[in-house]
Design a protein. Structure first.
Lengths: 346, 295
């Protein structure tokens, strides 16, 4: 293990993974993830799939909110656009390797349309504009019955590649894992490029960014586009995983959950998107285990589960914001820094 | 013609309640710059506190009302002290998120105690309509409109003439100046949260009496208040009142005339369409303070 920063070239400074240890650790983690279906039960694979989809969506939101500083409450609507595009295309026999990117592209387009108010609005007002986007998309979804099946919803056939169908959680797992890894790498690289640095400049100070030659409006729209592309992909994978999507699959709570993921995980970090998505998705599962095991002694707990879930969710957000406003990624960095020089950390 | 008048009357009645909830929004935003996404939950908690006292302890209605209001004041103070004060100086998104977290906690408490079924409200307005010429008007709608009008007049007097009201306006104008004039800004924040909790509780109780029952769907009123405050201007009390009535009208008229054409649900989405249009052409609303900043 290394014990300090000893970089001698710019390329070393720009490297995504700055030590052999990090690279080895990454390979080990990916290998462990690939081996998960061999040991996990169907239930936990389903949870793992949901975590993977949440990671992609949270990464998308983090590009917009964490890196570019534009708050969005419209993510449930963007996921719905991705999901319904997939369902509508799949019903017309389009193969999945086309539906998923097309869903992402169309969602990116919708996201860019809703980005136009961001020319004049920021902060709170933008959050409210995206909230309106949520309700408008929800209305369209319910009323465009020919395409969306209305309130009853629409079923989605499992994705097929030749004769091979991704029809079980085991098979879908690899699809989702691959998509998640690809999207995370793209995001990690994005912020080493001109575009990514422009995003960060807008977040840090939009007026200074404009003065330095960053076209704020263009890059804001682009940030909405990239972010919505991610969320659309997540929505598309969600449609394949859920098999049946209806307006109730995309309530406002989905958007709130995703905001909670990136805030608890850490704004403006790739690691934060992963940790936050895992945390928020696993929290109800852990709670279910706990109430299940205590259910014999306190039978009232089982009835209270729904409100307990909501209460613990709310409390976690509040406590995190008060005691660890920089999120789990900051804690993770501090733990790493501590071990870097262990036992001579001072 | 009668259909139109009916829609207008209903719209004004609902709009007056929107105005009340929006007033809570504006008071908090004006003094502390926080957009409170838990406003609907404050309404829920207030209505259930009233219901709980009246139903479980068989208290007379005035006593239940008093208990609910005192409870709301204390709740507002506690929320400000425990949750919002540590957030001073944090970025906008964190403050939005903390009120969303608060919303979750409040909803969970109500759900945990009273469940999710609709509960019959202990009091409800007389349902026999009152005739104005040939036009029948529901007594509940009329009564709630009058009550809200009285409350709004009282609040405007409070902001115009009382010492605390003026201190609140001073804080809204500039926190630094207010501090240097010897106003405790922290106390003002606390006061604004209790006012918001109280007006929401009153709105919840009125709505419960109007509908005859309460359930978790009361919280949607909090989201409805968002288009209202944007139309009126986030920091204008008069704007909240005008905005509430206008949104109530638009919602009912759009619902009445467009629902048959578009197949229902227009009522829910119309305020948000208005919201987008306002944000595009006049982002600070009808009466909001305009801050010009060009990039």
């Amino acid at each position: 293990m290394r014990c300090g920063d000893f970089r001698t070239s710019y390329s070393a400074d720009m490297a995504i993974f700055d030590s052999t240890f990090a690279r080895v650790a990454l390979v080990v983690v990916i290998a462990a993830l690939a081996a998960l279906p061999l040991v996990g039960t169907i239930y936990w694979l389903d949870v793992a799939n949901r975590v993977g989809i949440a990671v992609i969506a949270a990464m998308g939101l983090n590009i917009l909110t964490g890196y570019t500083g534009q708050i969005s409450l419209g993510n449930a609507a963007f996921m719905a656009v991705g999901g319904y595009t997939t369902a509508a295309l799949a019903a017309r026999g389009v193969p999945f390797y086309l539906t998923v990117p097309l869903a992402g592209a169309l969602t990116a387009l919708v996201g860019m349309i809703f980005a136009i108010p961001s020319l004049r609005l920021k902060g709170l007002y933008l959050a409210i504009a995206t909230l309106a986007a949520h309700f408008i998309v929800a209305f369209v979804v319910v009323h465009w019955e020919k395409l969306t099946g209305g309130v009853a919803g629409i079923t989605v056939e499992p994705p097929r590649l030749g004769g091979f169908a991704f029809d079980s959680d085991h098979r879908l797992y690899y699809l989702i894992l691959g998509a998640a890894i690809g999207h995370l790498f793209f995001a990690k690289n994005l912020f080493r490029t001109r575009v990514g640095k422009a995003f960060v400049a807008i977040r840090d100070h939009d007026i200074s960014a404009e003065v330095m030659g960053v076209e704020v409006f263009r890059y804001k729209v682009l940030a909405f586009g990239v972010s919505s592309f991610y969320v659309g992909i997540a929505g598309s994978l969600f449609a394949y995983q859920a098999r049946l999507i209806s307006p109730e699959s995309f309530p406002l709570d989905v958007a709130i959950d995703q905001l909670a993921m990136i805030i608890i995980g850490g704004l403006g970090t790739v690691m934060g998107s992963i940790l936050g998505a895992m945390f928020i998705t696993l929290l109800p599962e852990v709670l279910r285990l706990v109430t299940g095991s205590l259910g014999h002694t306190f039978p009232a707990l089982v009835h209270l589960f729904a409100s307990l879930k909501l209460g613990v969710f709310g409390l976690t957000i509040v406590l995190f914001l008060i005691f660890e406003p920089d999120g789990m990624a900051a804690r993770w960095r501090r733990i790493k820094a501590y071990w870097k020089l262990y036992p001579f950390s001072y | 013609m009668e259909f139109l008048l009916q829609l207008v009357v209903n719209g004004l009645a609902v709009g007056s309640i929107y105005a009340l909830v929006a007033l809570g929004f504006v008071v908090i935003y004006k003094s502390s710059g926080v957009l409170n996404f838990a406003q609907g939950e404050l309404l829920l908690v207030g209505a259930y506190a009233f219901f709980g006292v009246a139903h479980h302890y068989h208290a007379p209605l005035w006593a239940a009302l008093l208990v609910a209001l005192v409870f709301s004041i204390v709740l507002g103070l506690l929320i400000e002290r425990l949750i919002l004060r540590p957030m001073i100086g944090e970025p906008v998104i964190s403050v939005i998120m903390v009120t969303l977290g608060l919303a979750g906690i409040l909803r969970a408490v109500v759900q945990g105690i009273w469940g999710t079924d609709t509960r019959t409200f202990p009091t409800s307005f007389d349902t026999t309509p009152f005739h104005l010429g040939t036009l029948p008007i529901a007594r509940g709608a009329l009564l709630s409109f009058v009550i809200v009008a009285i409350l709004l007049v009282l609040f405007s007097l409070f902001f115009r003439t009382s010492r605390h009201g003026i201190a609140m306006r001073a804080t809204a104008f500039s926190q630094q100046v207010a501090l240097s004039m010897g106003i405790s800004v922290k106390r003002i924040f606390a006061l604004s949260w209790s006012i918001a909790a109280v007006v929401s509780a009153l709105g919840g109780i009125l709505l419960g009496a109007l509908r005859g029952g309460i359930d978790g769907s009361l919280t949607t009123l909090g989201l409805k208040a968002v288009p209202v405050v944007i139309l009126g201007g986030l920091d204008s009390i008069g704007g909240a009142i005008v905005g509430g009535l206008v949104i109530g009208l638009i919602e009912n008229l759009a619902g009445g005339y467009l629902d048959p054409l578009l197949g229902g649900g227009v009522k829910e989405v119309a305020p948000f369409v208005v919201l987008v249009v306002i944000l595009m052409i006049k982002p600070y609303g009808l009466f909001g303070k305009v801050r010009i900043e060009r990039v």
